[in-house]
Design a protein around this ligand. Sequence first.
Ligand code: ADP
Length: 390
Amino acid sequence: MLDYLILTVVALCFVVLVGIYAKNPKFPFRRFPPEDPQTPTLETLTERLNTAHAITKVLLTTARGIVIVTDQSLGVVHLSQQAATFFEVPSHEHFKTTLIEIVRDHRIHSQAESALLTKKPTYMELEYVNGASVLSVECLPITIDNNEIYGIAVAIEDLTELKHLETVRQEFLNNVSHEIRTPLASIKAMAETLASDSISDRSEQHDFLNRITNEVDHLTALIGEFRMLSNVESGSLPVTTRKVTLGSLVASTINRLQSYADTKNLKIIYEEESADLFVEIDPIRFQQILANLLENAIKFTEPTGSITITTNVTGNIANVSVVDTGIGIGSEHVTRIFERLYKVDSSRNSRGSGLGLAIAKHLVQTQGGHISVESRLGHGSAFQFSLPLL
Ligand code: ADP
């Protein structure tokens, strides 16, 4: 029995020793701990590298930015989906390419080189492809355990839209102050003249007072339009549809502006396709949009010209066009006239606020529609909008 017990204990010790040896072949020739835990084996290093690769790959597939990871010779190791799209690289082709082949810009390349050299992040903003885009480029050195450089992560942000918005915002503020400052300056000048008693003639005094009233009316209208635009933009303007005919809506809008057209001896023609068709539409918003376009057409058409309004319904979409034989719009302005307060230079001093088309655009868009313009300087303009019918 004792023999059996001793045999079992010896066998158990043997099994334990074999187990320890399998884990640490140097046992018992080295003292525990067998290795410095700071010095990973080749196996753990490969494992870590594979894990890092897998994590990077997943991160870059889901990353929403433009990211390129290179090795220390600036060969591309990983590329985010957005980077492949931005630089037009087919996703299977980025292996074995270099950074310069992907970005095709020596400034980004030399920035990455300098980050490699200094082991410090670099940042710059640059205009890419002759100013077509504005990019912010950050090159971050990737170092491994012993501060040895592995490569570079190039993180790029496309700032084009942001820069454009910044410019639009700046111009908007300039235009707002211009629109408000000009009438205020003339109100002040006229009020001071009246106060100085330098005008004794009653009719001239009346004329000054009328002009002050006009300027105040203009400012009031401007503020009204700002409120209107702000309501449409914030979506707080209700859209209430009703069954009406397009013909009746167009006719009543023409009616409202007919006397203005008459002062310039302009002919308004209405081509009534689908005019009698009943449609489910918000009549107030429809007339606001059309009146804006028609008023502009009258304002920017020389006397004896003509304006043609056409309506038709295709499927469940109502299409309206307002075509004039007026002064037209230069191609450099056409893309901007729907911006808030944007006015073509030649009409900058006109009484318009530059808000009409921005309001029209938002009114169309809140109803799920689309508005556009085609124009040739000196030949006239064609505005077109379409609204989905319920
Ligand atoms: P405004 O109150 O100045 O008319 P809009 O936003 O309605 O403001 O129009 C913006 C600018 O677009 C106008 O100042 C004008 O320069 C240009 N524009 C609009 N409609 C026409 C048109 N039918 N013909 C020529 N220019 C136009």
